[in-house]
Write a protein of this length. Structure first.
Length: 288
């Protein structure tokens, strides 16, 4: 992978997985340049580049690389399945072999990635957690039917999710229901929110409201949470196709509790943030 480390400014790549878009910054072998203010400025779709998540690639002991994720509002994210797949695609292109291991900041277990025979990149997103403390919730509650409108299922994939099963997806008022659940006091760290219509036991369609971002065209960790929630409710099988506005993601929820996530990866463009733009972002962070 050509890291474009030479020259002024800061190099980046734009990628997406099923429309879930990312900026990737390679900070291996040098100081991580990202601050909350830089993440917010870079995430601005009008004055920056724009992204659902920012992925920073760093060195990691015992792994091929480490990943640090940021949301567009400058908050940190502990999991991002599609961004993990995108970065894995870049690293697999470096000739590291058919498989690799990634360490994600905030996750207790490393994530394994490989390229499947059909070319899709698959990531083992680790084990799902369903205990209220692990999600986390503010108090003890039934994670199979939370005491909220719609009785969502709570799941953690390293980040919290509230999965709602609905009769009609088009009828969901996502832009009001999503942020109301995201910021409900039951979720001390806020939560990602999913609305799911089950088509059959192996196929659903969904829309996603991500904490710190808003509506996204797709979400890998959300797709995993949907598979776990659907299986826990007895609605879906362990192999599930999740259709999102940006495309299809495929999940295998194993007997061991691990979720295998696969889907498309797209390289959009490479660029370089100018020194002047970076200085303006730094000045904004320093302003009272």
């Amino acid at each position: 992978m050509d890291r474009m480390t030479e020259g002024p400014g800061l190099a980046f790549r734009k990628m997406h997985g099923a429309g879930n878009d990312f900026v990737v910054i390679d900070a291996r072998g040098r100081a991580d340049p990202v601050t909350p203010a830089l993440a917010r400025a870079l995430g601005d779709r009008h004055r920056g580049v724009g992204f659902d998540q920012l992925a920073v690639l760093v060195e990691a002991e015992g792994a091929d690389a480490g990943l640090i994720f940021w949301n567009a509002d400058g908050s940190r994210a502990a999991a991002c399945g599609n961004a993990t797949r995108c970065v894995a695609d870049l690293l697999l292109g470096e000739g590291r072999g058919p498989e690799l291991v990634l360490h994600v900041a905030g996750r207790g277990e490393p994530l394994a990635a490989r390229r499947r025979g059909d070319g899709a990149v698959e990531v083992d997103m680790g084990t799902a957690a369903t205990d209220w403390r692990a999600i986390p919730l503010a108090r003890d509650a039934d994670t199979l039917a939370l005491p909220l409108p719609g009785a969502p299922v709570a799941v953690s994939m390293g980040n919290p999710h509230a999965v709602h099963f609905v009769e009609s997806l088009p009828a969901v008022a996502l832009k009001s229901w999503g942020p109301a659940v995201e910021t409900d006091p039951l979720f001390p760290e806020r939560t990602n929110v999913q609305f799911v219509e089950v088509l059959d036991r192996g196929h659903v369609r969904a829309r996603v409201w991500e904490r710190g971002v808003g509506e996204t065209l797709a979400s890998g960790s959300s797709a995993c949470a949907i598979a776990v929630a659907g299986h826990r409710r007895g609605l879906t099988d362990r192999r599930l196709a999740v259709d999102l506005p940006g495309g299809r993601l495929e999940i295998v929820y194993g007997e061991d509790g691990h979720c295998l996530l696969s889907g498309p990866v797209a390289h959009v463009f490479e660029g370089r943030l100018s020194a002047a733009w970076l200085a303006a972002a730094a000045a904004a962070e320093a302003a009272p």
